[in-house]
Write a protein that binds this ligand. Structure first.
Ligand SMILES: NC(=O)C1=CN([C@@H]2O[C@H](COP(=O)(O)OP(=O)(O)OC[C@H]3O[C@@H](n4cnc5c(N)ncnc54)[C@H](OP(=O)(O)O)[C@@H]3O)[C@@H](O)[C@H]2O)[C@@H](O)CC1
Ligand SMILES: Nc1ncnc2c1ncn2[C@@H]1O[C@H](COP(=O)(O)OP(=O)(O)O)[C@@H](O)[C@H]1O
Ligand SMILES: [K+]
Length: 497
């Protein structure tokens, strides 16, 4: 399947199983062939420009040498930068060396001070990188990152942890590629945390390995197919009651903006009726969005309503009581922002959440996730997939761990990484809009897992649509997201209808 993600350990096992039935060096040659074709595509009309190929001491370097030999065979001026390592190289990599050295490939052992490269191929380190990149290799990575030409990473951008998307540290560096061709299965680390910046566009090359050799994936990349079956054209004979009520609970004194943004997200996400139940007396109505109905939270009836709790809620005793009441209710529930922090500080509230029968979704950003798990943000970000899964297991809720490449974890441990969105979303209030969109999908009877995957995808796609129209990433505002999300939703519905 196109969206399957594997761990490094799984890729090693796939490689071993595949090698067993093949003559030595076959996979490396196939990797070199596929990557050279990709390199030629990237060069396009600029085939007369020289290509710099960085070859490391292991098999990633072997792939690079195969690429260089293939490019030279195609008439491209290819130069390999290679420094021998301490260890003996593998037989496959040795053959690749011999092949490259017997042709027209040029070899250098240090980077020239300047060079007008048409493309750089990064074959320094792949899934075998075991410690931070230092010394001469570090200088090479830094020099490549300062270049303006396209950079094609082989398998994994050198320096990146292919499982977690973290730069291997402490104090490490990673190549920032424009493109990555990854072998024998896509890898989670290319799609979350630093992965998206480092890997650029990812192409998966299975090297002819039979699908029967593939294990069940450790995670999936989010796609519209994962939730498309929930999208349906609206029946003519429908009314506002057909699409559910969302009530956003929050809005302590001076913090009315956050619940209003969430409520707009819910309205444009298709909920039939949207309420904002404020802890303190807030605005009587939203003049931009007069469709929203304002209530006071005290005594507000939850029956038959999907609840989005937390935006701008604060941590007062009243907030805590409201949260306890929401957790104990039978309503589908989305828990965000201050409500997450309150649960992190209270084993009692955590137990109420874990004991819920109705659908529950939690949308922590990394700091909120850290508070929930009693860890530092650094620990959460060092392995976002593990953190999201741990929260889902502890809370028995669906979790969206937000950030670049949001990780959606289900209580049964299943993981999805959301591929949509961009840095324009790094603006105050965009998380509130996500909470509202997810609330709207829950209110339209989507199961929690699909609502979370769908909301993250639609929210990110809305930001991508805004960027495509010149609205961001710089200066994109959260208030612009709901209408863009509506456009994405209607496009999706039109596609499946
Ligand atoms: N085998 C196959 O069939 C296929 C393999 N494939 C390819 O192989 C790649 C995996 O190859 P790999 O296992 O050799 O690891 P790789 O990423 O080259 O790095 C390990 C080398 O780096 C060294 N080293 C590590 N850290 C270091 C550091 N910080 N600074 C300096 N040195 C450091 C380490 O030596 P060490 O010093 O640790 O003893 C070792 O020499 C994979 O990503 C894919 O591209 C594909 O062709 C498909 C078929
Ligand atoms: N670089 C990025 N790429 C993709 N999505 C991002 C990026 N930065 C932030 N986001 C998304 O933007 C939202 C930010 O939410 P959050 O951190 O709660 O902010 P706020 O509390 O201000 O609303 C999340 O959905 C997050 O996944
Ligand atoms: K690499």
């Amino acid at each position: 399947m196109d969206n399957h993600l594997y761990t490094v350990a799984q890729v090693r096992a796939i490689e071993e199983a595949a090698c067993a039935g093949l003559p030595p060096g076959t996979l490396m040659r196939r990797a070199g062939d596929a990557a050279a074709r990709f390199a030629l595509e990237l060069l396009g009309e600029r085939r007369d420009k020289p290509v710099l190929v960085l070859a490391g001491p292991g098999n990633n370097g072997g792939d690079a040498l195969e690429v260089a030999a293939n490019l030279a065979d195609s008439g491209v001026d290819a130069t390999v930068l290679f420094q021998p390592g301490q260890r003996e190289i593998s037989d496959e990599a040795q053959s690749a060396h011999e092949r490259a050295r017997s042709g027209t490939v040029g070899f250098i052992d240090m980077l020239p001070p300047s060079g007008d490269w048409g493309l750089v191929v990064d074959g320094l380190f792949g899934i075998g990188l075991a410690r931070p990149i230092e010394g001469d290799y570090r200088e090479m990575v830094e020099a490549v990152n300062a270049m303006r030409c396209p950079v094609l990473a082989l398998d994994v951008p050198s320096g990146l942890d292919a499982d977690t998307g973290a730069v291997i540290g402490p104090g490490g560096v990673a190549v920032r590629a424009t493109h990555t061709i990854t072998f024998l299965g896509d890898k989670s680390g290319l799609h979350t945390l630093d992965g998206r910046d480092s890997a650029g566009h990812v192409r998966v090359e299975m090297l002819g390995v039979s699908p029967e050799l593939l294990p069940p994936p450790s995670a999936r990349l989010g796609t519209a197919e994962l939730f498309a079956h929930r999208l349906a054209a609206r029946r003519h004979n429908s009314h506002k009651g057909s699409f559910g009520d969302v009530a956003v609970l929050g809005g302590a004194h001076g913090m009315a903006g956050a619940p209003v943004l969430a409520a707009r997200g819910a309205l444009y996400g298709g909920a039939g009726r949207v309420f904002v139940a404020m802890l303190d007396s807030g605005p009587g109505y939203d003049s931009v969005q007069p469709e929203l109905m304002f209530r006071t939270a005290d005594g507000f009836d939850f029956t038959g309503r999907t609840l989005v709790i937390g935006p701008g809620m604060g941590d007062s005793a009243g907030a805590m009581r409201l949260l306890a009441r929401a957790l104990d209710s039978d309503s589908p529930l989305l828990v965000d922002a201050d409500a997450i922090n309150l649960i992190g500080a209270s084993p009692d509230l955590l137990a109420r959440l874990a004991g819920r029968g109705a659908p529950s979704v939690l949308t922590p950003h990394p700091l909120e996730a850290a508070r929930l798990l009693g860890q530092s943000t650094g620990v959460i970000q060092a392995d976002r997939l593990a953190a999201a899964r741990e929260i889902a297991l502890r809370t028995r809720a669906t979790v969206i761990l937000k950030g670049s490449g949001s990780v959606i974890a289900q209580p049964d441990g299943a993981l999805v990484i959301n591929p949509t969105g961009n840095a324009g979303l790094a603006t105050a209030g965009s998380g509130d809009v996500l909470a509202g969109i997810c609330g709207a999908l829950l209110a339209q009877a989507w199961p929690a897992g699909e609502a979370a995957i769908g909301a993250a995808w639609i929210h990110g796609a809305a930001a991508d649509l805004l960027v495509a129209h010149g609205i961001g990433p710089i200066g994109m505002t959260a208030g612009e997201l709901p209408a863009a999300a509506r456009a994405v939703l209607n496009l999706l519905v039109a596609e499946v209808s």
